[in-house]
Design a protein around this ligand. Structure first.
Ligand SMILES: Nc1nc2c(ncn2[C@@H]2O[C@H](COP(=O)(O)OP(=O)(O)OP(=O)(O)O)[C@@H](O)[C@H]2O)c(=O)[nH]1
Ligand SMILES: [Zn+2]
Length: 340
């Protein structure tokens, strides 16, 4: 395999190459961040692997330019997609935690059991749609369930833009089911609660090469033990990359209004017809959404979930904007990039 082919297999494409002049690329070669630890980032390039000192705002999946002489990340390239979540920092400060960058497809994994929750799936979908990723709902543990189709129907009703697949993550057929999204040079990620089968699927896709740790779950409460401890991107010999992420207990939304509109386009459109532009869709006269509920055209539960997500997003976004420091995310003094 040539160096160019190796880079392409890692996901290098015109979107990234176009950001940098060729001579800069020659002097500071591109590499993909495959792991982020507390003090270092692990990167893979066309003909090198390296552990470099951690820099702020570097996410697993990022494309960076490497200063090989200094042994540092010279620059983080603009991301094609990025997912982050709001986390509570010290002193109730709102901090944004980067989860992963440059993912093409997010497999949102849940099981056909008590883990299944439409509101939580919507939350993940808002996040991934806002990030510009393709999303697929993956329902695992179909083999342990009497009526998996009932789960698939509920999941399928969430959005006509999101395909739903049902599988037994431990079965060989799981690979075939996910293959359409795992083409050459693609990057896929598994998101979902602990114990739903993410590591099992990563193992299946990689043919056991990755050896992601899987854990037994306590069947009594359908909750998994927390077995995945770090985020790691695995470039596979089949020519695509897979990211395993830990189970996420809490997923707060910030700055995802676009994703909310994408997932609830009908409600966003109806709201335009409310008499008051700041209608809270509660009991105001001339509320188009309440009228649609009364007419049986809108599910009131879905409306309530949409309102809750929108309110949460607004609250967090306002708090974050108030605290955001005016600093860029690129280390200073890096190589000059196009258009800058
Ligand atoms: N019967 C059955 N068991 C499954 C299926 N998917 C996962 N399991 C089992 O459920 C347990 C948890 O699976 P994991 O793959 O470790 O779950 P995870 O989502 O990676 O969990 P975390 O690492 O904690 O985030 C393991 O014992 C798996 O063998 C499935 O589709 N059917
Ligand atoms: Zn209204």
């Amino acid at each position: 395999m040539s160096n160019g082919d190796r880079l392409a297999a890692l996901g290098w494409r015109a979107f990234f190459a176009d950001q940098v002049d060729p001579e800069v690329l020659a002097a500071t070669p591109p590499a993909r961040v495959v792991r982020v630890d507390r003090t270092s980032v692990r990167v893979t390039g066309s003909d090198f692997d390296a552990a470099l000192p951690f820099g702020p705002d570097i996410a697993v999946g990022d494309w960076v330019l490497v200063d090989r002489g200094a042994g540092t990340v010279a620059c983080v390239l603009d991301r094609h997609t990025v997912i982050s979540r709001r986390a509570a920092g010290l002193d109730r400060q709102v901090v944004t935690q980067l989860i992963a960058a440059n993912i093409d497809t997010a497999f949102i994994v849940t099981s056909c059991n008590r883990d299944f929750n439409v509101a939580r799936l919507e939350r993940y979908l808002v996040l991934t749609m806002d990030a510009g990723m393709e999303a697929v709902i993956v329902l695992t543990k179909a083999d342990l369930c009497d009526d998996p189709e009932a789960y698939a129907r509920q999941a399928g009703a969430i959005s006509d833009r999101v395909p739903v697949v049902i599988l037994d993550a431990r079965d060989e057929g799981a690979m075939t089911t996910l293959a359409p999204w795992c083409g050459a040079a693609r990057t896929v990620a598994f998101l979902g609660s602990s114990g739903v089968g993410k590591s099992t699927l990563v193992n299946a896709l990689s043919g056991g090469l990755v050896g992601a740790e899987t854990g037994a779950i306590r069947e009594s409460d359908a909750r998994g033990r927390h077995t995945t401890t770090r985020r790691e991107l695995h470039p596979l010999p089949q020519g695509f990359s897979v990211l395993d992420t830990p189970g996420m207990r809490e997923l707060q939304l910030t700055d995802v209004a676009g994703g909310i509109d994408d997932l609830f386009p009908d409600l966003a459109e109806l709201a335009q017809a409310c008499r008051f532009s700041d209608c809270a869709h509660l009991a105001e006269p001339g509320c188009a959404l309440r009228a649609a509920v009364d007419a049986g055209e809108v599910d009131p539960d879905r409306l309530a979930r949409w309102q809750k997500l929108a309110a949460e997003d607004r609250g967090n976004t306002e708090r974050q904007t108030a605290r955001r420091k005016p600093s860029g995310r690129r280390p200073q003094g890096g190589p000059r990039r196009k258009g800058r």
